[in-house]
Design a protein around this ligand. Structure first.
Ligand code: OXD
Ligand code: MN
Length: 647
């Protein structure tokens, strides 16, 4: 449609900036652009590069919105979005704080839906390992190209009738960094746009960057409408019955329908930065991981950067913002959820946080557990599914000590709440969505386009029994084995119920973009590309026979980080154990701790437990991954089996 592009160019050439363009539409003077005959209610169609324009045209033709809004990321645009979200009742103000809002979702749309998340490749084996006969695979879901197209055609035609289609240009990573990648999300949710503005670098600068090199991931999102046409909760339209999240790595394409929440709809996060990201990383020889990044400076002023992979809701945000109990240690935060890592020309592994904000689990975050997060979130933040207070604030489980006296609490469902109800006030997967730059300990290099150099990688999970506080991998291959064998108690971030111990290799099980066996082979191959960091496994959650946590965690975890730093500098402060290197007697600094730590128990390796653990790992590998798992990982398992037999 060349004339339409011309028309919008004329508008820009006339010197009308975006505010005027919007005003002109309201004035009805007729000077506005169209995309496929649909008017742009905001933004400049001429700012779209040819590829973006054709993606938007296709999306318009398919979804048939009433109008198109091309996001520029400006303050003025955000005000408009907030206004419309207030009008639709999607958010309510939180007058106790500065520019904070509370969204309540449809109670049927509260978590990532792993069972409805698919990767599309020609061959099933590109996406998932072939499980043993009769075993249900748990390492992702495959969909064929034909079925993906059918799923789209069953849901998307006309799905945005009566709605606005927002075009969201976003950069994962600092705009212009060689480690960053660009996406275009097309969505019918203003809540998603306002959240993407926090979670990513969003707007006009990204389109300018695209004009230099047109390479982007396409992401199409629609909150949907139930098949019977009845939108139960007009403030939060969604279609939980038919929700589906599709990824096609060969085309760098994400298509999401039916959910407005979290990783299902903020498509830069899990869908792009992890699922599609891991496939790009494999092709290009780098790593896209579910890892926090922190910088830690010791009392001598030596600073190192560490990444850590924990399954959802295992305290990643808390560790990323650690307040060290050890004197004269300083922790600074680069990111709390995702790391993109690539070797530089010197062979140093450098990481960026591709995100721009924190989408943290609220319950459990408190002045006691994470004072840094608490001083980050009460400004410019969108809260979702937390409880609210009669003094205009928020509340969730864990905030008891900061609750003003005599306030009434309204729960996440909008009902009056009291503790006696026995139900949580905030949904267990309720979130804060807050700009990373507001974090008082954000690292000075967090936006360094070159990334930060990584010295150590941590794997971990919630393991109430058997797994010691810390152990180090003997070498890279052993470390990759430890990542592959990771297990943890289930999380509220997904739809699983109960406290079962689940395998969650590399904390990536819900986020692999391709066959896990091939992913492990890719990890192994990194050793040939540069200087690989040292790998450790941590467990803050071991319990005594009486059911009490054996380690206080939080700020005290700085003691574990101290030992890790000493190992990074090759200090011989370790001894061998059956599962890896553990702190030698007296080498983990527990001086001055309030509680007495039973180190013997904390580092004990019960033979029964480990015999069962290696059995479970073998069953898992053989039944879920089979021949796709590299032989060197089976060899590591055999070595572990032998050592455990000698316990
Ligand atoms: C998250 C998750 O939201 O891992 O970060 O579920
Ligand atoms: Mn996560």
């Amino acid at each position: 449609m060349p004339e339409l592009i011309e028309q919008s160019k004329i508008i820009s050439a006339n010197g009308c900036g975006l505010p005027q363009l919007h005003k002109q539409r309201q004035d009805n003077c007729g000077l506005y652009s169209h995309i496929r005959g649909i008017p742009t209610s905001y933004g400049d169609a001429s700012s779209l590069t040819a590829g973006v324009r054709s993606f938007v045209e296709e999306a318009v033709a398919l979804c048939q919105p009433d109008q198109v809004h091309i996001c520029d990321g400006s303050e003025q645009e955000n005000k408009m979005l907030i206004k419309s979200l207030l009008e639709s009742g999607t958010i309510v103000p939180l007058p106790k704080y500065d520019n904070c809002w509370l969204a309540r979702t449809n109670p049927g749309d509260v978590a990532r839906v792993e069972s409805k998340t698919f990767i599309c490749t020609e061959e099933r084996s590109e996406t998932i390992p072939t499980p043993k006969d009769g075993v249900k695979g748990t390492l992702g879901n495959w969909i064929s190209p034909v079925d993906m197209e059918a799923a789209i055609q069953a849901r998307f035609p006309g799905c945005m009738k009566g709605r606005t289609m927002y075009v969201v240009p976003f950069s994962m990573g600092p705009v212009g960094s060689p480690l960053s990648k660009i996406g275009i999300e097309v969505t019918d949710s203003a809540y998603v746009v306002a959240s993407m503005r926090i979670m990513t670098r969003m707007g006009a600068a990204v389109l300018q960057q695209l004009a230099k090199k047109e390479e982007f991931v396409r992401a199409l999102h629609c909150v949907g409408t139930p098949a019977n046409g009845v939108v139960e909760m007009p403030s939060w339209p969604c279609d939980p019955e038919r929700t589906i999240i599709l990824h096609k790595p060969a085309e760098n394409l994400i298509v999401s329908y039916g959910s407005g929440y979290g990783g299902n709809s903020l498509l830069g996060k899990k869908c792009f930065a992890l699922r599609i990201g891991s496939t790009i990383a494999k092709r290009e020889g780098w790593l896209a991981e579910h890892m926090l990044i922190l910088g830690i400076t010791n009392p001598k002023g030596v600073k190192k950067y560490i990444t850590a992979a924990f399954p959802s809701a295992c305290g990643k945000t808390n560790l990323a913002m650690l307040n060290p109990s050890l004197a004269n240690y300083k922790v600074e935060c680069v990111g709390d959820d995702i790391a993109w890592m690539k070797f530089d020309s010197q062979g140093v592994l450098r990481a960026i946080n591709p995100e721009n904000g924190f989408f943290g689990v609220a319950p459990g975050t408190s002045v006691e557990t994470n004072p840094i997060a608490m001083s980050t979130v009460f400004k410019d933040t969108i809260f979702t599914n937390v409880a609210s207070t009669s003094d205009g604030g928020v509340y969730w489980e864990g905030m008891e000590s900061s609750l003003a006296p005599n306030v009434q609490i309204t729960d996440w469902l909008g009902k009056p709440w009291s503790k006696e109800s026995g139900k949580p006030a905030a949904h267990p997967n309720s979130r804060f969505c807050t700009p990373a730059a507001q974090c008082p300990i954000i690292d000075s290099a967090w936006e360094d386009p070159a990334g930060v150099p990584i010295s150590a990688m941590l794997f971990g999970g919630r393991r109430p029994a058997g797994v010691p506080l810390i152990y180090q991998a003997r070498d890279w291959t052993h470390g990759v084995f430890i990542g592959a064998a990771m297990r943890s108690e289930a999380t509220a971030a997904a739809e699983h119920k109960g406290k079962v111990i689940m395998h969650d290799p590399f904390a990536m099980r819900p986020f692999f973009g391709y066959n896990f066996g091939h992913y492990v082979a890719h990890w192994l191959s990194m050793e040939k590309r540069g200087q690989v960091p040292k790998i450790f496994h941590v467990n803050w959650f071991r319990k005594s026979d009486e059911g009490k946590f054996m380690w206080p965690g939080y700020g005290e975890n700085s003691r574990v980080l101290e030992w890790i730093l000493r190992r990074v500098s090759e200090e011989p402060c370790y001894e061998n154990s059956a599962i890896g290197l553990i702190p030698a007697d007296g080498e983990l600094n527990v001086a001055g701790m309030k509680e007495k730590i039973d180190m013997k128990q904390l580092f004990s390796l019960p033979k029964d437990f480990w015999t069962q653990e290696v059995k479970d790992i073998r069953t898992y590998f053989e039944s879920q991954v089979g021949a796709d798992l590299p032989a060197s990982i089976y060899a590591e398992l055999e070595k572990l089996e032998k050592r455990v037999a000698d316990l």
